[in-house]
Design a binder for this molecule. Structure first.
Ligand code: GSH
Length: 212
């Protein structure tokens, strides 16, 4: 396979999803770090050569192919002919349910849980703009609603879809495991805590930088 390069910032859960996917699949990944707080993904070079939208993660495949969006990059890695059925279910309905949770992650979960974690941990709640302060309550409610929905789904289940880990678990795991950093009270979600421990026990699991 062509060399895989992950253009990333190690503090980003979106980037970690791709690192975790590669590790679970035993795929070698070269990590190329950027500092998003210094604007390193908004330089003319980055916009021209890596991602015109100015964000990481971007998975580079060989010299010419660049895949922004964490879910798409995870899908590319898991969709290889030699990886069939490992993180993408072979059953059509299960594969569709996997996508359902991946879209949910991007629409409901990442946009609340990850944003509040970033504001609390990196911006600092005391440094928020008026516009950000005005969004705090709504984002907290959205995140709680997403976590509550996940908790209900996981009662009596081991994995989000079917009988084994899939990309649905990988992408939801990244920010759920650190949701407490965004102020979410994770003791309210016992099934999710058991699932987090289960993911950590899977062969090939790798921790996110700076997370125990
Ligand atoms: N939907 C995208 C979100 C990517 C994203 O939000 N990237 C953030 C870091 S986690 C970023 O690059 N922020 C820097 C910027 O926008 O300048 C994904 O899942 O990959």
């Amino acid at each position: 396979m062509d060399q895989l390069v992950l253009h990333e910032d190690p503090i980003s859960g979106n980037c970690y999803k791709i690192q975790l996917t590669a590790s679970l699949l035993g795929l070698p990944l070269v990590r190329r770090p950027y500092d998003i707080w210094k604007g390193e993904t908004r330089t003319p070079e980055f916009l021209t050569n890596i991602n015109p939208f100015g964000q990481i993660p971007v998975l580079q495949v060989g010299t010419d192919s660049f895949i922004p969006e964490s879910g798409a990059a995870c899908f590319f890695l898991a969709d290889g002919d030699d990886q069939k059925g490992r993180l993408i279910p072979e059953d059509r309905l299960e594969r569709t349910q996997m996508l359902r949770w991946m879209f949910f992650e991007q629409n409901q979960h990442e946009t609340s849980v990850a944003v509040l974690r970033s504001w609390a941990r990196f911006t600092g709640l005391g440094n928020l703009s008026e516009e950000q302060k005005g969004r705090l309550t709504a984002l907290g409610r959205q995140g709680e609603r997403a976590l509550t929905c996940m908790e209900a789904h996981m009662q009596g289940r081991e994995w989000f879809v079917g009988k084994k880990i899939s990309l649905a678990d990988v992408v939801l795991f990244a920010y759920t495991q650190i949701a407490h950093e965004g102020g979410f009270e994770m003791e309210n979600y016992p099934a999710l805590n058991q699932w987090i421990a289960r993911v950590k026990g899977v062969e090939g699991f790798v921790k996110m930088d700076g997370v125990d």
